[in-house]
Design a protein around this ligand. Sequence first.
Ligand code: DOR
Ligand code: ZN
Length: 437
Amino acid sequence: MPHSLTVRQARLVLPDRVATGDVVVEDGIITYVGPQAPRSAGEIIDGTHLVCLPGVIDAHVHFRDPGFPQKEDLASGSAAAAAGGVTAFLDMPNTDPPCVTAARLDEKFALAAEKSVVHYGFFVGTNGDDLNALHDAVGRAVGVKVFMGSSTGPLLCDDPAKLNALFAEIDAPFAVHAEDEARLKERKLQFAGTSDPADHPRIRDEETALRATRFAVDLAQRHGRRLHVPHVSSAAEADFLASVPRDRVTAETCPQYLFLSADDYERQGTRIVCNPPVREKRHQEALWKHLRAGTFDCVATDHAPHTLDDKAKGYPKAPSGMPGVEWMLPLFANEVANGRITWPEVARWLCEGPARAHRILRKGRLEVGYDGDLVLLDPDAIKTIEDGKTFTKVGWSPYAGRTLRGWPVLTVVLGNPVFRDGGIVAGSRGRPLTFAR
Ligand code: DOR
Ligand code: ZN
């Protein structure tokens, strides 16, 4: 049920500045944003010394539901989201069974309605064969996720003719896992026998990503489709994306490419193996430059939890992917604390950007008429990330050992507090996201 709530005298993060003031949410909708509300509604939260942002939207998570409850489900994943100030997520289709039909999508909506404490949207997947089934499913999905290169799970569509037919026939927004399968296969052979995780970015090299990204952009342009390029990991792809017309192409990078680099393989090994890979430092630097310059519409976590038992299988047997949803906002808040970025940039990359890229209605801004999804963060709270102290079921973090300044203390979904005092508030539930087409 939508609720009412008033935040008094917080540092409100607006698109162009930070200003001290009040936010009033009535029946789930923001009815006042300004210096001092003439009246309050619902519970009054003292925001003095706190930063108030629109709820973060994580446009790329793998919450593993149905299929892999030992890794995550929509309850644990959405709890990790809420703890990280995330009030909405877009979930990927490589579940078991994969989400490739309207019936599978309905199942996911039902699971989320039952379990998710924040708002949710879903991508549908395809291997490029059953376009009729896909056609029936896309209407209620945020879009179609296409794995052009193989990653975790059976979904793959690498045949150029099938990809062409897909973009020609399915009138929906596309998101692609852009790694070129043919080059990937070749390079796997070249590196056969390696057990060194540091070879991961050599196998899945920059060219592997660039080729697929170029091809996907070309498909989108030829067929007039919207295309989102998730998890951009390399300088070359970012340079390319900065050079193409962006009227229907959006792009995202991820915290693991901004806050980790190939230097970390030695200490972290398979824990930080993901697809596309964490690369050398020069890519990290280029991605920050492009983020500031506006090449990326948003940053999303690609939260892809695997158990430590899975990760202990060694390279290359261990599955790719790492959890992330609960640490993205703190990682960025810490950058603000260190004076490297600003709060309006954080709101642009984590809140408004993803809402715009995926045309999510009424989300991503502190503005009258928008949904009352907020996060209040203590910019002076200092905490060290530790394995074993996580909301994600897998119980570990690629950022373990880092001490960050700036942590969420209250996450609000449609006026309902869902995360407060370090825990999840029993009973509240998110809603399905809605999209403009
Ligand atoms: O590293 C990854 N993990 N990349 C993907 O594309 C899938 C994801 C997963 O689901 O584990
Ligand atoms: Zn992913």
